[in-house]
Design a binder for this molecule. Structure first.
Ligand code: ADP
Ligand code: MG
Length: 243
């Protein structure tokens, strides 16, 4: 295991979000952490990124590594153009020529080439999030943390954005930890899907994705089968009808 979370505990006042959580995350793969709202997903990413410190326990395997963090909202610099938003994270990380080549590559892979001079306010919500994804990949990180970046979009736009993500991921794979409460997102992105309950957040079950990333679509029979298993595990079987 590349990243090892060991006996992690974290409280906010009287709320125990993690109580002795242990979990390994694999290198070079996408681990989807699937859990209900409020179970501690964002808190876990913040602990991994060292934005927050645990009360006790350790996280190993991230020391000195470059991390990209993709948030639920794009968090772009509103006063900079699309291309300058990307240049901003490349500054000081590489020479000018290499940086410009990287900028072109990632604008191209996300179909944003013709919008490179646009300011965030001139772009749609989906385009802004695509730019944020391009920026996260352009930054030469080894680890990518993603906090529900596809939320708030209708299904076709969400799937478009996920396709952009997959294109980038295929071009430059990196260890990815993706948290979401959305079963479909976990299915199409997670190589491993770890189902959480909580708080306190506990991994309840781990599912390996039977389909390779390029074969994952919502009509794939293997994914439909896995989707059923995830719903049963999330909701319990034999739930009463809604009416
Ligand atoms: P998720 O991302 O899974 O929806 P969060 O990690 O944001 O969940 O939050 C887990 C729980 O911790 C929630 O009940 C939330 O209200 C609480 N919480 C998160 N951050 C703080 C904080 N800084 N102070 C107090 N409570 C917090
Ligand atoms: Mg959250």
């Amino acid at each position: 295991m590349a990243i090892r979370i060991d006996s992690l505990s974290k409280c906010f006042g009287t709320l125990q979000v993690f109580d002795n959580l242990s979990l390994g995350l694999e290198e070079g793969r996408i681990t989807a952490l699937l859990g209900p709202s409020g179970c501690g997903k964002t808190t876990l990413l913040n602990l991994l990124a060292r934005i927050l410190l645990p009360d006790s326990g350790t996280i190993e395997g991230l020391e000195g590594r470059r991390i990209s963090y993709l948030f639920q909202e794009p968090r772009l610099l509103p006063w900079e153009t699309a291309e300058d938003n990307i240049r901003f994270v490349l500054d000081g990380k590489m020479g000018r020529e290499e940086g410009e080549a990287r900028l072109d590559k990632f604008l191209g892979l996300t179909d944003l080439e013709e919008f490179r001079g646009f300011y965030p306010y001139q772009m749609s919500g989906g385009m802004r999030q695509r730019l944020a994804i391009a920026r996260a990949f352009a930054y030469p990180s080894e680890v990518l943390l993603m906090d529900e970046p596809f939320q708030g979009l209708d299904l076709p736009r969400k799937l478009d954005l996920i396709s952009s993500f997959v294109r980038l991921w295929a071009a430059e794979r990196r260890t990815t930890i993706f948290v979401t409460h959305d079963v479909q997102e976990a299915l199409v992105l997670g190589d491993e899907i770890v189902l959480f309950s909580g708080p306190p957040a506990k991994p309840r079950e781990v599912f390996g994705n039977p389909a390779g990333i390029s074969e994952r679509n919502l009509e794939n029979p293997e994914l439909i089968e896995l989707e059923k298993r995830l719903y049963v595990s999330l909701l319990g079987s034999g739930r009463a009808p809604l009416t």
